[in-house]
Design a binder for this molecule. Structure first.
Ligand code: FE2
Length: 227
């Protein structure tokens, strides 16, 4: 799958991206009024081998968060943030809700070779980006390269060429819910020690799948996880 870069309208195979297609045909862009509309449009977008980042952002930004759309997927844990699978997009992506209790945060992690889109549905999160460690910074503290507060209905994007990041609900009083799209889906990523830059491989797991809690005794829900 190829993901067109921002502001590009054609990929290297000269295949017209969907965003340009809409413009060229003069058709109006679809109305995204619910999470179901997001899911439907994502299914259409990913039928093509060429996915336009700009258009994906349009779909995610257009949706205005409504808890009645997504509360059935939102499963919280007192112990740590949870990952709740919403849709697998015929194997082309994973769409999921992450539920963050007060003060919950991820480790510093990469995103395999995937594109990661995130939208805040409730509360707010802080995203801290870090540079990849290099030979000259080996065994040294990771270098912070950016810090952003992301509010309800805002979106952000990262992949490995941008760097690493960690995500945190810094609120002591409010929970947060975020919508994540990973394409292609992946099941392992690297988690980094902030002080030493050393890495650990982490297996990606789900706390619930399509609103149904994953059984605790499967071992699928309590291992180290990050994304
Ligand atoms: Fe991430």
């Amino acid at each position: 799958m190829e993901v067109c870069k921002r502001n590009e309208t054609e990929n290297t195979n000269n295949e017209v991206c969907r965003y340009k297609l809409h413009k060229n045909l003069g058709t109006s862009l679809p109305t995204i009024a619910s999470l179901d509309d997001v899911i439907k449009e994502l299914r259409v977008i990913f039928e093509s081998d060429s996915v336009n980042v700009e258009y994906l952002n349009y779909v995610l930004k257009s949706y205005k968060s409504n808890p009645s759309d997504w509360k059935k997927y939102a499963k919280f844990s007192r112990l740590k943030y949870t990952r709740n699978l919403v849709d697998t997009g015929n194997g082309k992506y994973n769409l999921m809700l992450l539920c963050w209790g007060e003060g919950h945060g991820s480790g510093i992690h990469d995103h395999a070779n995937s594109h990661c889109f995130m939208k805040v549905l409730q509360g707010a999160i802080e995203e801290v980006k870090y540079a990849w460690p290099s030979a000259s910074t080996e065994d040294k503290e990771l270098q912070e390269i950016g810090r952003t507060r992301v509010e309800v209905d805002d979106t952000c994007y990262i992949n490995n060429s941008i760097g690493l990041h960690r995500v945190e609900n810094v609120s002591c009083s409010d929970t947060a819910v975020t919508l994540h799209l990973y394409c292609p889906p992946y099941n392992k990523c690297l988690v980094f020690n902030q002080r030493t830059a050393q890495t650990t491989e982490s297996t990606v797991t789900f706390y619930s799948i399509q609103g149904k809690r994953v059984q605790e005794n499967t071992g699928l829900d309590d291992s180290t996880e990050d994304n």
